[in-house]
Design a protein around this ligand. Structure first.
Ligand SMILES: N[C@@H](CCC(=O)N[C@@H](CS)C(=O)NCC(=O)O)C(=O)O
Length: 224
């Protein structure tokens, strides 16, 4: 079980997030990667997601976000940077050969840079546009961009198990990104549905999710 208070690796997470965000916060990606390779980590849980972050946290993560990764004198923020660092240490997440390694990194950046922003636009419009009369029109305008990316991804994946020959950090991030896709949009692409199921049925994913949810449960308000 990689959560270990004495581990050399530290990752940050929240003590509390709203129920809809449980299991969706991006420290999950780091927990998942570390579970894949059996490396222990300790948690630094930093309060509620909406709380102001203290200056010492902003020194580690200028945007006040989770996750931050620390290991000795290495301090990293941005889930992609952290996964690259972890992948560089273990070829089960990032292959050694230049060609395969390049493909895996390309897919990870594609997940973060070409697919996730289209989906996040819809999430932002759902939250920021709540009860505004322009919300549905704005979402209708944004939706085709997300749908186009999913169609392109579905075509690229085809009937393969993973985006590269084997599971890599590219799949890990892409699958986590796809977990946020509204159901009807994803079910339009049965191969993407199966891909997400394949990823989230990995024992390492299941352990990571359980550990993240347990961190919230530890800090849940106690009944009087
Ligand atoms: N690009 C960052 C995004 C991290 C991020 O969005 N973190 C969210 C939780 S999933 C957060 O801490 N949000 C609080 C905020 O933005 O103030 C990464 O990949 O690490």
């Amino acid at each position: 079980m990689p959560v270990d208070p004495n581990a050399a690796i530290e990752i940050t997470g929240y003590q509390w997030v709203p129920p809809f965000a449980e299991g969706r916060i991006k420290d999950l990606r780091i927990r998942w990667a570390l579970e894949e390779i059996g490396r222990p980590y300790r948690e630094r849980l930093i309060g509620g997601i909406f709380e102001e972050k203290p200056p010492e946290y902003l020194a580690d993560q200028p945007f006040g976000q989770v996750p931050v990764y620390k290991e000795g004198d290495v301090a990293l923020f941005e889930s992609g940077a952290i996964l690259l660092h972890i992948g560089e240490q273990d070829e089960r997440l990032l292959p050694r050969g230049a060609a395969a390694r390049g493909r895996a990194i390309s897919w990870m950046i594609a997940a973060l840079n070409s697919v996730e922003p289209m989906l996040q636009t819809l999430v932002i419009l759902s939250v920021a546009g709540a009860d505004r009369d322009w919300q549905e029109a704005a979402k209708d305008a944004a939706r085709p961009f997300a749908e186009k990316r999913l169609a392109q991804l579905s075509r690229a994946l085809g009937d393969r198990l993973w985006l590269c020959d084997d599971f890599t950090i590219g799949d890990l991030v892409m699958i986590d990104v796809l977990r946020a896709v509204p159901t009807p949009m994803l079910t339009a692409h049965p191969n993407l549905v199966a891909y997400v199921e394949r990823g989230t049925q990995r024992p390492a994913f299941e352990r990571a999710l359980k550990a993240q949810l347990a961190s919230y449960a530890k800090h849940a308000p106690q009944a009087a």
